[in-house]
Write a protein that binds this ligand. Structure first.
Ligand code: FES
Length: 106
């Protein structure tokens, strides 16, 4: 149906998925990088530990939650890759960073 022109190669960006270098087309999402890396999962569900990979690629399912450049709970499908970006798997629930959780009145 649609095929890329063989004489035009898109620019690529090098990112690191679980420490492995992956070349991704410029403008792609971090979730695309995860899929190109061929990982079995990028996160595990907090309760059952079930493995998950990006699914909807449009911000609906949250199966792409990952740690990106040290920040947990980011929807990888909503983040555009940048050179040197580090994408890491997220296992279980993440804690709020100290000082960022809202105070709860007693
Ligand atoms: S892949 Fe579904 S929210 Fe990111």
């Amino acid at each position: 149906m649609f095929a890329p022109r063989p004489d035009i190669r898109p620019a690529t960006v090098e990112v690191f998925v679980e420490g492995r270098p992956v070349l991704v087309p410029e403008g792609a999402s971090a979730a695309a990088a995860v899929l190109l890396a061929g990982l079995p999962a990028i996160r595990e569900t907090p309760v059952g530990g079930a493995p998950r990979l990006p699914y909807c690629m449009m911000g609906i399912c949250f199966d792409c939650l990952a740690e990106i450049d040290g920040v947990a709970n980011r929807q990888a499908c909503m983040v555009t890759v940048e050179p040197g970006m580090r994408i890491a798997a997220q296992r279980g629930a993440r804690q709020a960073r100290p000082g960022t959780a809202p105070e709860v009145a007693a």
